[in-house]
Design a protein around this ligand. Structure first.
Ligand SMILES: [Mg+2]
Length: 423
């Protein structure tokens, strides 16, 4: 049976958070600046219409700010993090499963709601989020995550449709896909943009009808999955996504419910290590970490969802440091007497690890030493198989780990599981 996903995306998130607490901003253009008030990192719709690009240095738009009486804010990550938590908490109550995709976006799995009027259901989600947080959201619904992303783009374009756009039973999806340039397709991005255009594929409809064999040859199986997703065949489950631009997420459902803080700490330490590894692989470092946990919404038992945001003193990709913060975070939000189904780490505000701005009051004295240690750890793990060396905090027995009893060996990434041919 076809799946149904909704992508819920907060509109102009940082700017809307500022508005939520200041009614006088309702009709006033708003911008939010990056660390040290350097560049514009969020704009209200009015500012977008003035064509102020994202990342514009603040000094360049001072005149405009004066002329249009734009309200300017330094970034307040504590506030945005907490608002994000509130939004996610509300969303978690509306779906069987949720994937926090970035600080202001989440995928909801709505398979169980197919008999409801999905448009009405989405409108209700919007109402609740707005009422509970003051933040407007846009919702796109589709039969794959990639199509939900497409729908969300249309929801943003056609505000009059009530900021909800459902393409599950749309009579002319091809026409909609035609309006999406290839570089805007989720998971295609800059990597394939030029290549596809060279081959005459300029929009999502053209990619949808490209031949499987050709796609697989030039864009690997990852690209093929995207194409199938455009055709409405869901290939990406929740928590399975092309590399997000805005952050790195590691989250997984447990093999069995976790009921103790000790086990939860192990799980979260493991996810933090994995996220740190991903971060190092792409030569980046994170400035902000979100940690979340949730119970199982499928079961009729007491439910709990929480999420905490930690602003890291210095952007980092250090496993030991990230694990330490993750454990502190989970200790703060963990409540006993619940059966937890899932937890995760989300790293955001990613910067290039080669030019990290060091903090004068850096409280981590081992930074340089630790970087060497990370290099050695990564080398060992890539040579002898992942998890050859890992932090003890992640536990050794991992009884909570995902059940994958029928998983084949990691033939290509673990020496101990290599294929043996007996004569
Ligand atoms: Mg957004």
């Amino acid at each position: 049976m076809n799946k149904i996903f909704a992508l819920v995306d907060c509109d102009n998130f940082y700017a809307s958070c500022e508005r939520a607490f200041n009614p006088s901003l309702a009709n006033r253009p708003v911008i939010v600046l990056s660390n040290n008030d350097g560049c514009v990192i969020a704009r209200s719709n009015e500012v977008k219409q003035m064509k102020v690009p994202l990342g514009e240095p603040y000094f360049k738009c001072r005149d405009l700010v004066e002329k249009h009486n734009i309200a300017v804010f330094s970034s307040n990550y504590e506030l945005y993090g907490d608002m994000s938590r509130r939004v996610m908490e509300i969303l978690a109550g509306f779906a069987l499963d949720i994937e926090i995709y970035s600080i202001d976006e989440a995928f909801l799995e709505l398979d169980g709601f197919r008999h409801q009027n999905l448009d009405e259901y989405a409108a209700e989600i919007r109402r609740y989020v707005l009422q509970g947080t003051g933040l407007p959201v846009t919702i796109g619904i589709g039969s794959s995550k990639t199509l939900a992303k497409v729908a969300s783009k249309y929801a943003k374009k056609n505000r009059q449709s009530g900021a909800v756009f459902n393409i599950v039973n749309h009579p002319d999806i091809d026409h909609l896909l035609e309006g999406i340039p290839v570089e805007d397709i989720w998971g295609v991005g800059r990597q394939y943009d030029k290549f596809l255009r060279r081959h005459g594929i300029e929009n999502a409809r053209q990619l949808k009808y490209a031949q499987d064999k050709w796609v697989k040859k030039h864009m690997t199986v990852v690209g093929l999955r995207t194409v199938w997703e455009l055709r409405g065949k869901s290939c990406l489950e929740l928590d399975q996504a092309p590399a997000p631009k805005k952050g790195i997420c590691t989250s997984r459902s447990f093999g069995r419910p976790i009921e103790t803080l000790a086990e939860m700490r192990e799980a979260i330490a493991e996810y933090a290590s994995r996220a740190a590894e991903k971060c190092r692989q792409q030569h980046s470092a994170a400035s902000i970490m979100q940690v979340f946990l949730t119970t199982n919404r499928f079961k009729e038992e007491p439910q709990y969802f929480n999420c905490i945001q930690i602003v890291l003193p210095t952007p980092t990709n250090d496993t030991l440091e990230l694990v330490r913060y993750a454990c502190r975070g989970i200790e703060k939000i963990y409540r006993p007497n619940y059966h937890y189904k899932k937890a995760g780490i989300f790293l955001t505000d990613i910067v290039d690890s080669d030019n990290i701005q060091l903090n004068l009051f850096d409280n981590y004295p081992y930074r340089e030493k630790s970087q060497k240690l990370m290099r050695v750890m990564d080398q060992l793990n890539s040579r002898y198989g992942s998890k050859t060396v890992q932090v003890a905090a992640a536990g050794t027995r991992k009884e909570w780990a995902m059940q994958r009893n029928m998983k084949s060996n990691n033939f290509t990434t673990n020496w101990n599981e290599i294929l043996i041919v007996k004569a």
